[in-house]
Design a protein around this ligand. Structure first.
Ligand code: GLN
Length: 365
């Protein structure tokens, strides 16, 4: 018999966790796996993933493409495209180990690439735009090929499964990075497939998300006007492109981006909480970027080259805690995920809705 609401447990679902060493110390990937494993019950085995920053120092000047292929034909076609547009410095399968809970894996390859100078000049684009367009092109045009990571000196590792199993599958204990994020998925309204696991990434931007975006279609329609294509079938994907658009293309700082995607209510803007100058700015953002307001519950961690940002929807409909210990900053859906890897912290708090926590490396190493 169908269980009624109240008899069946429907958790807020999805777990996020992340940490950064502000001094740029590189931390072994097994730490983030341990952290996310403490929130096992928030996901249901239909997606787990990680993003690590600073993990490829030997190839830090190349873009690292991580690609899923459904077939060998998709690989051959994609490699033809890569050879045409990039100098491929190194390529290999991403090392994995067999795990009983991770099945039906696609072909998973990694390429360290530099744009070909002739192609870049010919395109009349700046380098990052050239790379972003190539990634969007592959994901949109080549059947069965998905570039799921495309930044420098960073990488996304994701799969269908529980995150602790995904971490073992990808041998994350063999990587070390100054910042890590993680996700355990409990899909809301889209399939649990490999491309749909979090983090979602474009260039060095990655997003892990707990929540459900009710503005997804409005956001998608707007962002696709600027050449992005939402074809990975999860609402979270659009957040990644919004951040890329506002930060890389519109050159807005992260503080202002938080004011756009988690904008205060009009009534709050009109209250005496803000100075006249700030009020004008908030009104401007709400009017100009009205289609980029993200509604519905969310707690997200954004990873980028040199830092992390955590943000809740303006009503704080999903949990999120933050903690500090020395140069370390920890962010997670639940306190247990922080205490598991750092039992004694200097400070622990819950950021308010719409209030970003932005942490950057003290001095970029
Ligand atoms: N439960 C969640 O937080 C789900 C996050 C996101 N909407 C997804 O489907 O992956």
């Amino acid at each position: 018999m169908l269980e009624k609401e109240g008899q069946v447990r429907i958790p807020a679902g999805c777990a996020i966790s992340g940490f950064i060493s502000r001094d740029g110390n590189r931390i072994c990937g097994d730490k983030i796996v341990k952290s996310i494993s403490y929130m096992h019950d928030r996901s249901n085995g239909l997606g787990g993933g990680f993003a690590g920053y600073g993990i490829y120092p030997e190839y830090k000047d190349q873009y690292a493409f991580h690609i899923f292929y459904d077939s060998n034909e998709a690989r051959v076609e994609t490699e033809r495209f890569l050879d045409k547009h990039f100098d491929v410095v190194n390529l290999s399968r991403i090392p994995t180990r067999k795990h009983p809970n991770i099945t039906n894996e696609p072909l998973i390859w990694r390429y360290f690439v530099n744009p070909l100078p002739t192609k870049l000049t010919e395109s009349q684009l700046d380098e990052r735009e050239f790379v972003a367009q190539c990634v969007i092109n592959i994901n949109d045009k080549i059947n069965g090929s998905y570039v799921f990571s495309s930044g420098k000196n960073m990488g996304v590792f994701k799969a269908v499964g529980y995150p602790e199993d995904v971490g073992k599958f990808y041998r994350l204990e063999e990587y070390a990075g100054y910042a890590w994020t993680a996700h355990g998925r409990y899909p809301t309204n889209t399939p649990g497939w490999w491309g749909g696991a979090h983090p979602f990434a474009l260039l060095d931007y990655t997003i892990v998300h707990n929540g459900e975006i009710s503005s997804y279609d409005a956001n998608r329609r707007y962002i696709e006007m600027y050449g992005y294509k939402c074809n990975l079938l999860t609402d979270t994907e659009v957040i990644t492109y919004i951040i890329d658009f506002l930060n890389r293309k519109q050159k807005l700082c992260l503080e202002d981006i938080a004011k756009i995607i988690a904008a205060p209510f009009w009534s709050e803007i009109d209250s005496d909480k803000y100075s006249e100058r700030e009020r004008q700015k908030l009104k401007y953002f709400r009017n100009v970027f009205s289609s980029l307001l993200i509604t519905g519950p969310f707690s997200i961690i954004l990873g980028f080259d040199g830092g992390l940002m955590a943000l809740n929807d303006r009503l704080k409909l999903r949990s999120m805690v933050a903690a500090e210990k020395g140069d370390m900053v920890y962010l997670a859906s639940e306190e247990c995920a922080i205490r598991a890897i750092c039992p004694v912290v200097d400070r622990i708090w819950s950021p308010r809705g719409g209030e970003p926590i932005i942490v950057k490396l003290n001095e970029k190493k």
